[in-house]
Write a protein of this length. Structure first.
Lengths: 117, 112
């Protein structure tokens, strides 16, 4: 069964450093997302991406965050200067259609656990 | 902002017992989805309900969407230790919604 792949599975970084989280969405999916889940808290929307541009972003997704689809397969989330409160599980997800999200839901990756020290 | 409240937050039961988890909102959703998440993994989609009053069964799991499409329930019959996990509901506010809203989740522990 097709899956969303995320690397690395665990990233430890020092506060103020830049990190790049990588994702390979399902090949025929068109909509890509980043969510995060702070330990013990709910899954929070960060950003959605379609046709090589951001479709929607949340208040969490400030100027320190950026997303990119550098080639036909990878989808990356960059945090420019990490803060302690950025420590969380970051999930990449994809969906076959933005208009079909209500019907098909998300396919999530296994996540990257980011620890900022 | 549309909110989804799940209850109970934590549930610990013995193998073989039945349980029901609830997902409630004051808002109408075009669909509600249920996901199951295991520690260290991403949520996995279990089911999507789209029609008010709809009932879907997935082996021992029964999902129901409220008539007014504001709430949903998940009932598990004869729970097994393999059912242990975090159960999340997520709602799409419209058929062209760009994102879904997630509930806080119900952590289920089934003891052998």
């Amino acid at each position: 069964e097709p899956e969303v792949t995320q690397t690395p599975s665990h990233q430890v970084t020092q506060m103020g450093q830049e990190v790049i989280l990588r994702c390979v969405p399902i090949s025929n999916h068109l909509y890509f997302y980043w969510y995060r889940q702070i330990l013990g808290q709910k899954v929070e929307f960060l950003v959605s991406f379609y046709n090589n541009e951001i479709s929607e972003k949340s208040e969490i997704f400030d100027d320190q965050f950026s997303v990119e689809r550098p080639d036909g397969s990878n989808f990356t989330l960059k945090i420019r200067s990490t803060k302690l409160e950025d420590s969380a599980m970051y999930f990449c997800a994809s969906s076959p259609s933005g208009q079909g999200l209500w019907l098909y839901g998300y396919t999530f990756g296994s996540g990257t656990r980011l620890t900022v020290v | 902002t549309q909110l989804l409240e799940q209850s109970p937050q934590f549930l610990s039961i013995q193998e073989g017992e039945n349980l029901t988890v609830y997902c409630n909102s004051s808002s109408v959703f075009s669909s509600l989805q249920w996901y199951r998440q295991e520690p260290g993994e991403g949520p996995v989609l279990l089911v999507t309900v789209v029609t008010g009053g709809e009932v879907k069964k997935l082996k021992r799991l029964t999902f129901q969407f409220g008539d007014a499409r504001k709430d949903s329930s998940l009932h598990i019959t004869a729970a097994q230790p393999g059912d242990t996990g975090l159960y999340l509901c997520a709602g799409a506010p419209s058929t062209n919604a760009g994102k879904s809203t997630f509930g806080d989740g119900t952590t289920l522990t089934v003891k052998p």
